[in-house]
Design a protein around this ligand. Structure first.
Ligand code: ADP
Ligand code: MG
Length: 434
């Protein structure tokens, strides 16, 4: 469904369209209508699936009457476990509100109670709070809860894991029973279920298809590399590690085509699927890849969607996707029954900011390192603020990488050839060893 069919009004659609949201995620698809219909909702969906917008977009729409606020009144409270999450939600909410008029405030620890009281004085439409601080203000009576229309418990599982159960119970006891309650959780545990029975009335349940593994089960790693050395590094990695079945993602059709030609020149069995290939062509390529007649499949996000290639040992992000969520789709294809998958990102300076967006999305800071012989140009190093701490280490993140460093006794020819080229090309840094 589209955001329009779900029932979101134009000013909200315009704001999210500017953020690059083209269509609702499954959880949004199924939750937004229920929130608009004033139902209590119990929703579980994996991290990174867009739960914030699933509740915030319809909430913003619900507030569009812009009712005048009496002193200390609050129309919506969103409770979330940590200050960082609260700040993230506030930031997103402000973006969603670009063409709307509701007010938002943050109520978290670390700021003075007095300053926050002042902020609440004239009333607030949407209050985003952590449990401890919210409870303090309720006790101090700096919030008037009589006007509360919607109460959201975000990341309920985490909140309970962090021991906030008493705070939540106390807060809940203070609320009058007229409001709508929305409970969001990444996992469906007994504790969450128990809480849901306490706080929800006749809830609608929304559970989006659980993937067989979470992001935690995927071994993620970033190699920092200059843009003009990426193709060489990719060939080198594939050759030296002797990858038999690797799916490589690019951002555009054009870069997919260019890359596959380079890989072929390096002697790798590679082919490409993207939107310009007919379905028949794509299927043929895919069959070869599944039979391991092709070792490398280069794909764009759109072409890879909906096709049956899952459970691969390795996924490589040659370029990052424009839509951060696609990163999750990409790496979700790794991992074979019972084994952890591996997802490698070749990160050049152009994608640095997007990498941060993705890390925020998946709530993981991915380790970064460089491969010997492919280090980032020293003269550009200053712009790579996050390299510095990694730079001096000559240690490789996983033992298997040590072979790359020396590459003596490498099993494949590709790295040897690669390095001949490396020697010629590289002028700014010196190769260690041979
Ligand atoms: P969750 O709470 O499920 O872990 P978030 O609500 O934090 O996930 O959303 C994750 C990211 O996805 C955010 O960066 C958000 O901006 C983005 N996002 C949310 N909905 C969409 C959408 N429909 N299209 C594209 N990106 C989206
Ligand atoms: Mg969330």
């Amino acid at each position: 469904m589209s955001f329009e069919k779900i029932g979101l009004i134009k000013p909200i659609r315009d704001a999210i369209s500017e953020l690059g949201y083209t269509e609702p995620t499954p959880i949004q698809d199924r939750t937004i209508g229920l929130v608009l219909a004033k139902k209590d909702v119990f929703a579980t969906a994996q991290t990174g699936t867009g739960k914030t917008a699933a509740f915030m977009l319809p909430i913003i729409q619900r507030l569009r009457d812009n009712k005048p606020l009496s002193p200390k009144a609050v129309r919506v409270i969103v409770m979330t476990p940590t200050r960082e999450l609260a700040m993230q939600i506030e930031e997103e909410t402000k973006k969603y509100l670009k063409y709307m008029d509701s007010s938002v405030a943050l109520l978290v620890g670390g700021k003075s109670l007095e300053a926050q009281e002042k902020q609440l004085e004239n009333g607030i439409d949407i209050l985003i709070a952590t449990p401890g601080r919210l409870r303090e203000h309720i006790i101090k009576k700096s919030i008037d809860l009589k006007h509360l229309e919607i109460f959201v418990i975000d990341e309920a599982d985490r909140m309970l894991d962090m021991g906030f159960v008493t705070d939540i119970r106390l807060i809940h006891a203070e609320l009058q029973r007229r409001h709508q309650t929305l409970l969001f959780s990444a996992t469906y545990t007994d504790k969450v279920r128990k809480l849901s029975r306490l706080v929800l009335r006749k809830p609608e349940f929304v559970e989006t298809a659980r993937q067989n593994k979470t992001i935690d089960a995927i071994n993620q790693h970033i190699y920092l590399v200059d843009a003009d050395r990426k193709a060489a590094l990719l060939s080198f990695l594939i050759g030296s590690k002797n990858y038999q079945q690797v799916l490589v993602f690019t951002k555009t059709k054009k870069s997919a085509d260019i890359l596959v030609e380079e890989l072929k020149l390096d002697g790798l069995k590679a082919d490409v699927i993207h939107g310009d290939k007919t379905l028949a062509q794509r299927n043929k390529t895919l069959t070869k890849f599944k039979k391991k007649e092709l070792h490398v499949l280069v794909a764009t996000d759109i072409a890879s969607r909906g096709i049956d290639i899952e459970q691969l040992p390795q996924v490589i992000n040659y370029e990052l996707p424009t839509v951060a969520e696609d990163y999750v789709h990409r790496i979700g294809r790794t991992g074979r029954a019972g084994h952890d998958g591996e997802a490698i990102t070749l990160l050049d300076i152009n994608d640095k900011e997007q990498m941060k967006v993705i890390e925020r999305l998946i709530h993981v800071k991915i380790p970064r390192s460089e491969i010997e012989g492919f280090e980032v140009d020293i003269t550009k190093k200053a712009t790579y603020d996050d390299i510095k701490s990694n730079r001096p280490k000559k240690v490789y993140p996983k033992p298997t990488h040590s072979r790359i460093a020396g590459e003596k006794g490498g099993t494949s020819k590709a790295p040897q050839k690669k390095n001949a080229r490396v020697g010629k090309k590289r002028k700014t840094t010196k190769r260690s060893g041979k």
